[in-house]
Design a protein around this ligand. Structure first.
Ligand code: NAD
Length: 247
């Protein structure tokens, strides 16, 4: 099916992990995808694999200038912005640390990318979406918001706040025809993570669906939230975790 033909989609963090699967998935649905990532070589590689005309951009989502340039370059190339998927985050390489071992610098860096990075990305694209009177933003939450696991205080605090930002943005942007939702995944296995294999196996046993979750398992829900099939779905947190937290 091609449910996003001609749509212009920016995927932050689209060069690897879940974002890479999202870039490919939106491309398959007919969208033109802008892969916006801080790792330039990987972003170029991801964009080169797209079948529709796409774009790779070197972007640091924690920078005002960089996110504004991301929106500007997308508009110069494609003339509009229909979809923003905020996947960029410090996650896969983040070591577990007790609260007292997370120094203020690390705390601020994680929130600067994982939370402020979403604010800045949204802030950069929303003027164009408001002018178009249409647009979709999908943020990436996490079941950590509800599980509050030990060792991830900064990460979980950022994801919890992101859910609230998603709802506020949905309320404020609805009158302009813009929908804002969040996907809230459970643990996703992919090559880039430093999560030990035993953890994937243990969490798989906690799920109703007793298997590891892969980035591909999130692509269908993402496409649903980006497409007109969900035209009255906004401010929603869609948990995709194979039946772990039942929320
Ligand atoms: P990942 O760490 O593998 O990938 C993140 C991507 O973001 C990378 O391509 C990285 O280069 C990019 N990035 C990092 N900092 C950036 C910055 N400042 N500017 C632009 N790009 C930057 O993470 P992932 O596992 O693919 O997760 C993707 C999203 O899903 C994240 O928001 C994560 O919090 C969320 N999530 C992941 C899981 C999981 O188990 N993997 C579970 C729940 C939620």
């Amino acid at each position: 099916m091609e449910r996003l033909i001609g749509k212009i989609a920016i995927v932050t963090g689209g060069a690897s992990g879940i974002g890479l699967a999202f870039a490919a998935g939106l491309d398959r649905e007919g969208a033109h995808v802008v892969v916006a990532d801080i790792v330039e070589e990987a972003a170029n590689k991801a964009a080169a694999a797209l079948t529709n005309d796409g774009l790779a951009l070197l972007v640091d989502v924690s920078s005002v200038e960089s996110t504004e340039s991301m929106a500007q370059q997308t508009l110069e190339r494609f003339g509009r912005i229909d979809i923003l998927v905020t996947c960029a985050a410090i996650y896969a390489t983040l070591e577990r640390k007790e609260f007292l071992d997370i120094d203020p610098e690390e705390w601020n860096r994680v929130l600067a990318v994982n939370l402020t990075g979403v604010q800045l990305s949204a802030r950069a694209v929303l003027p164009a979406m408001k002018e178009q009177e249409s647009g979709v933003i999908v943020n990436m939450g996490s079941v950590n918001t509800y599980l509050a696991p030990a060792g991830r205080a900064h990460y979980s605090a950022g994801k919890a706040a992101l859910e609230n930002l998603t709802k506020t943005l949905a309320r404020e942007m609805g009158p302009f025809g813009i929908r804002v939702n969040a996907l809230c995944p459970g643990l996703v296995a992919h090559e880039g993570t430093i999560v030990p294999k035993e953890r994937y196996e243990r969490i798989a046993q906690d799920r109703a669906m007793r298997r590891e979750m892969k980035p591909a398992d999130l692509v269908g829900p993402l496409v649903f939230l980006c497409s007109d099939e969900s035209s009255m779905v906004t401010g929603h947190i869609l948990v995709v975790d194979g039946g772990q937290i039942f929320r």
